[in-house]
Design a protein around this ligand. Structure first.
Ligand code: SF4
Length: 244
C-alpha cells in the first residue's frame, strides 16, 4: 500500500471510530481524500450516486439522515461540527420545526438541547407532548449558521427538501412552527409571527400552527402568555377539535 493510501485509510478509520463512538465527527483538521472522477454514462452525462437512479431506493428516515450528514449543498456545511437532523418518534402527533441548530446542538448533533430546548421540552410537556413519546423535532436548516445568525434564503432553500422529506415520511397530524424563520419557510409567507399565529394554516393538507420560538420567549417573558394560548389551541386540535 502506498503511503498516501495508508494515510487516507487511517483518516477514514478515525472518522469511522468517531461516528461509531460519538455519532458525529470529533474536531479534527478537515480530511482531504482523493476523489475518483464519477463514471461517464453512454450519453456523456455524469451520473450521480447509484441510488439517485434507483426507483426502489427506500425512503427511510435513516437514509435521509445519512444524506444530511454528508451534505454540502450550502455554505453552512463548512463550519458545522455535527448536523442536527432531528429526533423523536416515527409516528408523531406533532412535528415541531425550529430555525436551525445553535452552539450546543452543533456539538451534540441533536435539535433543541440548549436552554431554548429545555424551555421547549417544558412547553410541550404542559400539553402532554414529548419528543420521546409523541413528537418529532427538526429544524429548517440542519447545520448551524455562524454566530447564530438567521439562515439566509438560499440556505433555507437548499435545506428545505430534507424537511419536506421528513414531513412526508413522518406524516404528523400537525406541525408546530417555532418563530419567524420556520413559519415563513413552511408557509411561504413574508408575514411575522404575530400576524401568522392564532389560527391553523393549511400546508398541503397538514395543519400548521405558528408560535414564538423559545429563544424569543427567554428574551421576552411577555411572549409566554400568547405561546401558552397557541399550545392550548394545538392540544384542543389534537384532542379532536377542528383546525379553524
Ligand atoms: S444546512 Fe442543509 S443544505 Fe446546508 S449543508 Fe447542511 S444539510 Fe446541507
Amino acid at each position: 500500500m502506498d503511503p498516501t493510501d495508508r494515510a487516507e485509510l487511517n483518516t477514514r478509520l478515525e472518522l469511522l471510530s468517531d461516528w461509531l463512538s460519538l455519532g458525529c465527527r470529533r474536531q479534527r483538521p478537515e480530511p482531504v481524500f482523493r476523489v475518483p472522477p464519477p463514471p461517464e454514462t453512454g450519453s456523456g452525462k455524469r451520473r450521480g450516486p447509484e441510488w439517485l437512479d434507483d426507483p426502489f431506493y427506500p425512503e427511510t428516515l435513516e437514509n435521509i439522515q445519512n444524506e444530511v450528514l454528508r451534505c454540502a449543498k450550502c455554505r453552512l456545511a463548512l463550519n458545522r461540527r455535527c448536523a442536527a437532523f432531528g429526533e423523536g418518534v416515527l409516528t408523531p402527533e406533532v412535528l415541531v420545526v425550529g430555525e436551525g441548530p445553535g452552539e450546543e446542538e452543533d456539538k451534540q448533533g441533536r435539535p433543541f438541547v440548549g436552554p431554548a430546548g429545555k424551555l421547549l421540552d417544558k412547553m410541550l410537556a404542559a400539553v402532554d407532548l414529548d419528543r420521546g413519546r409523541n413528537c418529532y423535532i427538526a429544524n429548517v436548516v440542519k447545520c448551524r449558521p455562524p454566530m447564530n445568525r438567521d439562515p439566509a434564503p438560499d440556505e433555507r432553500e437548499a435545506c428545505l427538501p430534507y424537511l419536506e422529506r421528513q414531513i412526508r415520511f413522518l406524516r404528523p397530524k400537525a406541525i408546530l412552527a417555532l418563530g419567524r424563520t420556520a413559519a415563513q419557510t413552511l408557509l411561504k409567507s413574508e408575514r411575522g409571527v404575530a400576524a401568522l399565529r392564532g389560527a391553523f394554516h393549511d400546508r398541503r393538507g397538514v395543519p400548521v400552527l405558528v408560535t414564538y420560538h423559545p429563544s424569543a420567549i427567554l428574551r421576552d417573558e411577555t411572549l409566554k402568555r400568547p405561546a401558552w394560548e397557541d399550545l392550548k389551541r394545538l392540544r384542543a386540535f389534537l384532542d379532536g377539535g377542528t383546525a379553524p
